[in-house]
Design a protein around this ligand. Structure first.
Ligand code: ADP
Ligand code: TRP
Length: 338
């Protein structure tokens, strides 16, 4: 019996801002863990970001920053197929073919589009005010990202679950029509729990997110990191009073980065009283900085024009195009273009 082929894990990150601690804990590290067990395909979803990004210089910077973050966090380009979505034109060709088997009604029901429409309706605007076709077609492009690489599992946040279901639906429509000639693999989402063990709070205590402007970007210079940590609000409990670690944002962030011993010890010291919030913030800064400092240098190196990153991305694009090209050729044949 031949060994079953290793399954493929695929995910993309949209370059819409500086990668932050939440992205590392919630997306990048879990995906890198999957890469130990699965064949892995990880990319920068730059065309998806173009649905909202209007500043070319910022867009260029975020794309490079997300790519550099993957590598700095441990992605091994020899082991993982790693590329920029826009370097793989096969994705766009397949997007058209798949749009032609996708019901418009399905797109009308997509969460992001529906939410934008509902906001317009509530504001008394035309329902489609300010909505571009990129936003409307977003789920088809994402389906193709997944299907063209024949992915089995797609690690994503809960907000992306519907998109992976759509990818499975769209693959099903194609298979129904052309399945005698070519069948897409049906992908499945892998979604982390949204509990406190998997969600990093931002500096205002809500979930850390670029949309809340409350993030701690990963590779800030040391002094800026210190300043941000200082800004995390705390209550006015005096130094000597006992404190509740569970209601402290500083402690909750610490929990994601300190060792279990340090977390247990800090919890005890807070509950006993005698530790001020300022001291806890210093501790958080030290823990974060110890983790990030060695990575910061590598990140800054990779961000330089002409660094290894360009080689990794060029080689990755070649591998990705080879893989995508095979699927695209089968599809062209199946639908009757070639
Ligand atoms: P943002 O909310 O900052 O725009 P994205 O939506 O781009 O972040 O998220 C990219 C990935 O990072 C997703 O898989 C998401 O689940 C994960 N992620 C984002 N913020 C957090 C967080 N605070 N804690 C854990 N995971 C997060
Ligand atoms: N839409 C995803 C997000 O906003 C990013 C993404 C694009 C993606 N293509 C993908 C994720 C394919 C997984 C698979 O986070």
């Amino acid at each position: 019996m031949p060994e079953p082929a290793t399954k493929v894990s695929l995910t993309g990150i949209k370059p819409t801002g500086e990668p932050h601690l939440g992205n590392l804990i919630g997306a990048i590290r879990p995906a890198l863990t999957l890469a130990e067990e699965y064949d892995s395909i990880y990319f920068i979803a730059d065309y998806h970001a173009l649905t909202t990004e209007r500043d070319p210089a910022a867009f260029r910077h975020y794309t490079r920053s997300v790519a550099a973050t993957w590598v700095t966090a441990g992605l091994d380009p020899n082991r993982t197929v790693f590329y920029r979505q826009s370097d793989v034109p096969e994705i766009f060709e397949l997007t058209w073919a798949m749009s032609c088997v996708t019901g418009k009604g399905l797109m009308n029901r997509a969460h992001a589009y529906k939410a934008a429409r509902d906001r317009n309706i509530d504001a008394g605007e035309d329902p489609d005010f300010g909505i571009n076709m990129g936003l409307f077609n977003y789920p088809v492009l994402m389906a193709v990202d997944i299907l063209i690489m024949e992915a089995d599992v797609v690690p994503v946040g809960r907000d992306q679950a519907q998109h992976v279901e759509y990818a499975a639906d769209i693959a099903g429509s194609f298979n129904h029509l052309y399945g005698d000639s070519y069948r897409f693999k049906i992908p499945e989402a892998v979604i982390p729990e949204e509990d406190s063990a998997h969600t990093v709070p931002g500096i205002d205590g809500r979930k850390m997110s670029k949309s809340y402007d409350n993030t701690i970007p990963l590779f800030l210079p040391e002094n800026k990191l210190k300043k941000l940590v200082r800004r995390i609000p705390t209550d006015s409990t005096p130094v000597e009073e006992p404190k509740d670690p569970n209601s402290s944002t500083v402690f909750q962030i610490l929990e994601h980065f300190a060792t279990p011993d340090v977390i247990a010890d800090t919890r005890k010291r807070l509950e006993a009283g005698g530790v001020g919030w300022g001291e806890l913030k210093n501790q958080l800064f030290e823990v974060l900085n110890a983790e990030i400092a060695p990575l910061r240098e590598r990140y800054n190196e990779l961000m330089e024009p002409g660094s290894d990153l360009d080689t990794y991305l060029a080689e990755g694009a070649e591998k990705a195009r080879e893989r995508a090209g095979k699927v695209l050729r089968s599809v062209r044949k199946a639908v009757g273009i070639s």
